[in-house]
Design a protein around this ligand. Sequence first.
Ligand SMILES: NC(=O)c1ccc[n+]([C@@H]2O[C@H](COP(=O)([O-])OP(=O)(O)OC[C@H]3O[C@@H](n4cnc5c(N)ncnc54)[C@H](OP(=O)(O)O)[C@@H]3O)[C@@H](O)[C@H]2O)c1
Length: 274
Amino acid sequence: MHTLRDGTPLPHVGFGTYPLRGEEGVTAITSALEVGYRYLDTAVNYDNEREVGEALRRSGLPREEVLVATKLPGRAHERASAIASVEQSLERLGLDRLDLVLVHWPNPSKGRYVEAVEALIECRERGLVRWVGTSNYTPAHLREVVAATGEAPVLNQVECHPLFPQADLLPVHEELGILTQAWSPLGKRQAQYDAAPVLAPAQRLGVSPAQVILRWHLQRGIMPLPKSGTPQRQRDNLDVLGVELTEQEVAAISALGREDGRLFDGDPETHEEM
Ligand SMILES: NC(=O)c1ccc[n+]([C@@H]2O[C@H](COP(=O)([O-])OP(=O)(O)OC[C@H]3O[C@@H](n4cnc5c(N)ncnc54)[C@H](OP(=O)(O)O)[C@@H]3O)[C@@H](O)[C@H]2O)c1
């Protein structure tokens, strides 16, 4: 369903692990692997890399069957700190190599979002990570990265849901060969489960509104990362390959988008996370 630009296939839906922590978190993440997720999204700042590693071991799945992605925190953009952060993530996860490391937020006022990507490229060259990605990078940040390093991140993980569909960013990603991943793909507290453009196809197809929203992402070429601590919802969120929306239905859901539709004031030009 999705491929990185080197041709590597990625699962149609990945599993978001924030804020799953502690024994309850391990149980929920293990359940996600049991119901079929093969891509786990974590971050240093989620404080749950140990739980992700433990769930992976408990699942008994061969390491190569599951893709594990973590993120570099804003306080570690400087080259040596970034490399140390990746090494610490590997230790917490109990892994020899990460599949992906993403720079979590660009934090433009610090001016090190290119250096952070360069450090991750160095980690890739040292065999610590297979692919380098970004999160919350704007088109300008992405173009600066390409100008400095000669390559674009393989994916950029951004806020994307019916109230904030990222219509302007998608063509830039396509031009640069970047896969779009959606964080808060369901829209979390502001999920549009009762909105007519979501409800109508749900009723027509006999599926849940959440499944319609996830399918909307897929038909736009986006890899969603829904989080659920509930095994039944985990299963439903994965079970969207048989759902097919019409072009008009996709467009009607996209039309729910609003300029001020972000869940919180998470504009990466101004919002910074350390
Ligand atoms: N890169 C970034 O800056 C960034 C920022 C935010 C998030 N993320 C990533 O994106 C992932 C997902 O984002 P998110 O957790 O904010 O939002 P989300 O996945 O859109 O929404 C999660 C919420 O929806 C509920 N839910 C899940 N499936 C459902 C279903 N089928 N029907 C009804 N409700 C359902 C969950 O509750 P239950 O658990 O009770 O099912 C939870 O409350 C995170 O876990 C994290 O990995 C990244």
